[in-house]
Design a protein around this ligand. Structure first.
Ligand SMILES: C[S@@+](CC[C@H](N)C(=O)[O-])C[C@H]1O[C@@H](n2cnc3c(N)ncnc32)[C@H](O)[C@@H]1O
Length: 290
């Protein structure tokens, strides 16, 4: 049998080639996080220069998470990474338990190493699970609150749909699901550009190149949370000018962001009236009640 006939047996768009080996797209998407965990975890999870920058960028989110928690709660952190949320949350608010789930083993190793050195975090019992969030190895109704921070945007939309169903299964009735920085808005210039880029990748048969960010319409998010009793979508962030031009080479794109997009967006944010800010939000955060 010829090589290309053999290759023809593989499902369309199910793999990417890496040094002559076909890697299933799910595997390829995951291993990148192990690599990033070893290189620069703070930059990977929250685009922070260093720990101080990560702490500053995390402050509002940690404050918001605390509002939804009781000190006896078991909190499930879906796609926990190196435990950024636990690091800033647990020393000031010990909980009944903390479960960190992540498909990247290296990220969880960093989480474990830090937890074992940090007495303040150890007031809360910790369970780390190396698993996918769309197939959670947890019992039904086993946690009080679940958080998802900066995870869904990297996942295929089918995976997100399954993950939301899984999270609903493991959260107790009446419990909350909090989703941050995970649903970038399609109805923005950045979103339009992202949708165009994704359409182009689909057309050339490479839909998973560089793990493109997935953009969402409001109605898509509402639909994902159909089975929940209460769902609040909170428009968050601000940008009119796209922060990145994905068709530009990396260096020019950085120049665009630093010299043009960031300063103009900062200025526009100051002068935009409050009632118009909704339309300039970069993403939706979600608070849903099971
Ligand atoms: C941008 S980082 C965010 C980490 C953490 N939530 C935070 O906000 O600091 C994304 C993390 O999600 C994990 N991840 C992505 N997709 C996942 C999936 N389907 N199941 C489990 N973990 C996933 C990655 O391994 C990575 O550690």
């Amino acid at each position: 049998m010829e090589q290309d006939v053999l290759q023809g047996l593989v499902k369309d768009r199910a793999t990417i080639e890496r040094d002559g080996i076909l890697v299933a797209k799910e595997i390829a998407e995951k291993t990148v996080w192990d690599k990033l965990a070893l290189e620069n975890p703070t930059d990977a999870v929250i685009s922070a220069k260093d720990e101080a920058d990560a702490a500053r960028k995390s402050a509002t989110q940690i404050h918001d998470i605390k509002i939804h928690l009781h000190d006896t709660d078991v909190l499930l952190d879906c796609g926990a990474g190196y435990g950024r949320v636990a690091k800033y949350l647990l020393p000031t608010m010990p909980l009944g338990g903390y479960i960190g789930v992540d498909s990247a083993y290296q990220m969880l190793s960093l989480f474990k190493e830090r937890y074992q050195l940090n007495k303040a975090e150890q007031q809360t019992p910790l369970l780390l699970l190396n698993a996918d969030i769309h197939t959670l190895p947890l019992k039904d109704a086993s946690v009080d609150v679940a958080i998802v921070c900066a995870v869904f945007l990297h996942n295929h939309k089918d995976v997100v749909k399954q993950a939301v169903a899984e999270i609903k299964r493991v959260v107790k009735p009446g419990g909350r699901v909090l989703v941050y920085s995970s649903f970038p808005r399609a109805a923005t210039l950045m979103g339009m550009q992202g949708l165009a880029y994704q359409a182009l990748l689909n057309l050339i048969g490479r839909p998973f190149k560089n793990g493109p960010v997935r953009y969402y319409w409001r109605r898509e998010i509402m639909h994902l949370f159909d089975g929940f009793t209460e769902v609040e979508l909170k428009p968050t962030g601000y940008a009119v000018i796209p922060k990145s031009l994905i068709f530009l080479p990396r260096v020019l794109d950085s120049v665009w962001r630093l010299v043009i997009a960031n300063p103009i967006n900062k200025l526009l944010e100051i002068i935009t009236p409050k009632f118009l800010k909704y339309y300039c939000a970069t993403h939706f955060d979600v608070v849903a009640k099971r």
